[in-house]
Design a protein around this ligand. Structure first.
Ligand code: GKR
Ligand code: MG
Length: 424
């Protein structure tokens, strides 16, 4: 009987997987990306799984919250949430890594709630024999579209920790077009995002123009991660107005974005200036953005993402999804919730093509014409591969990375790199 089932064990396993030398506003990705894999075991022998951030502060709060689940029914999401909110306190102002809103310690409670909610929904789905999307009200689309997520990059990591990836250097407009072409050929994406905020705006605009020429009519986005001043963002707007579907976080702050909105025809999108409901209210009043990039990992879970989607509908904002480096469990959680959101107006972001390793049975998840098909099997539709988990956990133990630090990594290439923002 579903109601007799209780949670008996929770296992938290930090993992590390290879990541490319991808450039961004903060610096450059380290050779290893971190995640935590959470297994929630029940009295009837089932295991629900979840994937989240793997930095040390996150591991610490997960460990602190772990006992709160013991004895709970997997259906007791509201009790779980109350317990977590009562125990896990925000650390205001503490920011581990500026570009990854999920690593803000101020979001500790929603991050933990999200992690547990996904594992508990996986269990619920297994118990009732339904995919997670059905527990969220059912799929409004059979497959979820993702966009090609391009990065400026070096050909290999400093210190050569392992053989270079197969993507080569990505700096010139021609190299960025080649990266896009390869990503489209491999996965069939129908829209393209470039992570900017790395080079002079004129160079990044030239790359977008080259993409527009190479892929006529394909929706394009540029995300300088708030590394452009308001003046630089306004100056770049006329050229971008002609080619982008949205202009993502070019400049810092709700005020800056609101002012920029008066100088461009483009909808402004964000995963940086709106990361709480308070920001949402202010941003709507100020007219700062037209598109919100949600992320269940730090907004408090799949059901909280649905609430956010309803708020977007109410306030007339478009909706898409933000991503950090992640593996297949997160991809499936994103896919289930995105399938349940009627007003998903743009293809979601995913870093997934940049990851080569996997922790789920069957290996890498497939994209069909740029989309992930929504599973119809019970729960999340993916299971943990215990051998892969053990391998990625040993990599974690050996790699020495414990917190994401793109700035320090960049200083290994360029000791004078300040990380000052906005840089342009
Ligand atoms: O992984 O370099 C990265 C991204 O820049 C990431 O940190 C951002 O949070 O992808 C994200 C974004 O859209 O801002
Ligand atoms: Mg962004």
């Amino acid at each position: 009987m579903a109601s007799d089932t209780t949670i008996t064990h929770v296992r938290i396993t930090p993992i590390a997987f290879r990541d490319g030398p991808l450039l961004n506003a903060a610096g450059i990705h380290e050779p290893w990306a971190l995640r935590a894999i959470v297994e929630i075991e029940t009295s009837d022998g089932r295991v629900g799984i979840s994937e989240t951030y793997g930095d040390e502060p996150m591991l610490k709060v997960l460990e602190q919250a772990r006992p709160l689940l013991i004895g709970l029914s997997p259906f007791a999401l509201n009790t779980m949430e109350e317990r977590v909110r009562a125990t896990i306190k925000a650390v205001p102002g503490a920011v581990e890594f500026e570009l990854a809103p999920g690593s803000h310690a101020a979001k500790n409670a929603p991050k933990v709630i999200s992690t547990f909610e996904v594992g508990m929904l996986d269990l619920q789905g297994q118990i009732v024999g339904a995919p997670v999307v059905d527990l969220l009200g059912g799929a409004v689309r059979p497959a979820v579209p993702y966009s090609a997520y391009l990065f400026f990059k070096y050909a290999e990591h400093i210190g050569k920790p392992y053989a270079p990836d197969t993507w080569g250097e990505g700096i010139s407009p021609a190299q960025i077009v080649a990266q896009a072409r390869r990503m489209m050929d491999l996965y069939g994406f129908q829209s393209i995002k470039l992570k900017g905020g790395v080079f002079e705006p004129a160079h990044e605009v030239a790359c977008m123009q080259a993409l527009a020429k190479a892929f006529p009519g394909l929706p394009l986005r540029l995300d300088p991660n708030a590394n452009w001043s308001l003046a630089a963002s306004i100056a770049a707007a006329p050229a971008l107005d002609e080619i982008l579907e949205y202009y993502e976080d070019p400049t810092p702050g709700l005020e800056g974005m609101a002012e920029l909105a008066r100088h461009t025809k483009l909808p402004l999108a964000t995963n940086m200036v709106i990361t709480t409901m308070e920001d949402f209210r202010k941003g709507c009043e100020m007219g700062s953005v037209k598109v919100l990039l949600s992320d269940h990992h730090y907004w408090g879970g799949l059901r909280a993402t649905q609430t956010l989607a309803r708020m977007c509908r109410l306030w007339g904002l478009g909706m898409s999804m933000h991503s950090n480096s992640h593996l297949g469990i997160s991809l499936m959680a994103m896919t289930h919730v995105a399938a349940s959101v009627p007003n998903l107006t743009y293809a979601c972001d995913t870093h997934y093509p940049w990851q080569e390793e996997e922790v789920v049975k069957g290996g890498r998840i497939r994209f069909e014409q740029g989309s992930v098909v929504v599973p119809t099997t019970p729960g999340l539709g993916v299971e943990l591969d215990q051998d892969a988990l053990a391998r990625l956990h040993s990599q974690y133990l050996e790699c020495g990375v414990r917190n994401r630090d793109d700035l320090q990594q960049m200083r290994r290439y360029d000791p004078s790199f300040t990380g000052k923002t906005p840089r342009f």
